[in-house]
Design a protein. Structure first.
Length: 361
């Protein structure tokens, strides 16, 4: 049995192709293994960040690929088509982290009524969330359009939730205003919604072409295009959450605000324009925000179910907005996947679109 995998050159993300990989047949699966058909997955600019950070954060090790290539992890849905684990039946539907592929073999472990984990050796040493699969058969929240919203935005909104929690925990580092670059991105939009909900002034930084969309979201107090960032009052105590990963923008903002830059958090790389050495900058030192660290901290402090309960409440307030501001676009087959991948890499996807893909024809 063969699967189709979509892989990219790790040293040149513009180079991509599909390959055939060999899978065990249903009657040759190892003990406690699941053969899963990956039937639907989301692809956003956040997946490009996974590729950009593939070596540093071990994303490339999750789904092995030929030497020099990588398989970008995606959030999506799979159907169990063969199982040697007694408690997991053929036909079950799973939600979690999948490769860009038609199939995946999972070594099932820690199986419960609500989920399971992949115990494969090469998937260890990463944040636990990346090896967890929810068992979602019969759960209406994970079916139809609601399921698409889960795949497209729930993992990104978790990042938004954790960044907001980090800022709130630290009283926004004394900043009266939070600046978000790549304000049209889904993670920025989610964070802006949370900041707005707790009364924090939020300014969205974006391109001229996306300014109208960002303004229409209703969760930014002000929208400023990148060419006008120096028009902001320089004496404004500010926190900067950088989704863009644009060195020139970050340097310019730090120099403009000086000591009034109270916090500078790096979250994404949507612009793919980061210099390895930016030198010393005025104001707070830029630092990466690593979501698993905040998860571990809050898991200790809030106890079992604490994160899930708080996040669930936040998601319930956010989800109703999606029908108004997001159009789901569905595409199937290798050519369609490659087209959407390259358009996302090159920044050509309109911000109001969310793409659900499948390598299955």
């Amino acid at each position: 049995m063969t699967a189709t995998d979509f892989i990219v050159a790790r040293s040149d993300l513009e180079t991509c192709k599909t390959i055939a990989t060999t899978l065990p047949s249903a009657d040759a699966l190892p003990q406690d293994a699941l053969l899963v058909k990956v039937d639907r997955f989301a692809f956003t600019a956040n997946n490009i960040t996974y590729a950009m950070m593939g070596d540093e954060l071990k994303y490339w090790q999750l789904f092995p690929a030929p030497d020099g290539f990588g398989n970008i992890p995606v959030w999506g849905f799979g159907e169990v088509i063969a199982s040697t684990y007694p408690g997991v039946a053929v036909g079950e539907r799973l939600f979690g982290y999948f490769p860009m592929a038609t199939h995946l073999v999972i070594e099932a472990t820690d199986v419960s009524k609500r989920g399971l984990r992949d115990g494969a050796a090469h998937r260890q040493g990463v944040a636990p969330v990346y090896n967890a699969y929810a068992r979602v058969s019969g759960d209406p929240a994970y079916h139809g359009r609601q399921g698409d919203y889960q795949a497209l935005l729930r993992p990104l909104f978790m990042l938004s939730f954790l960044v907001d929690d980090f800022l709130a925990e630290n009283e926004d580092f004394g900043a009266g205003t939070v600046l978000l670059s790549s304000a049209s991105s889904k993670t920025a939009f989610g964070l802006a919604h949370l900041l707005h909900s707790r009364g924090r002034k939020t300014i969205g930084l974006t391109s001229a072409g996306n300014a109208g969309f960002v303004a229409s979201l209703g969760c930014y107090d002000e929208v400023v295009t990148y060419d006008r960032v120096t028009s902001l009052p320089p004496d404004l105590p500010a926190a900067f959450v950088d989704m863009a990963g644009n060195s020139a923008l970050r340097i310019g903002l730090h120099r403009h605000f000086g000591d009034q830059m109270k916090c500078s958090i790096r979250v994404g790389l949507t612009h793919r324009a980061t210099e390895p050495d930016e030198g010393a900058l005025p104001g707070a030192k830029p630092r990466w925000f690593f979501a698993p660290d905040q998860i571990r901290k809050r898991a200790r402090e809030w106890g079992p179910g604490g994160i899930e309960q708080r996040f669930g409440a936040a998601w319930s307030g956010f989800a109703p907005l999606l029908e108004r501001c997001l159009t789901v676009v569905e595409s199937r087959g290798p050519e369609a996947v490659q087209r959407v991948y390259l358009d996302t890499l090159r920044g050509r996807i309109p911000p109001e679109q969310g793409h659900m893909l499948s390598l299955l024809g």
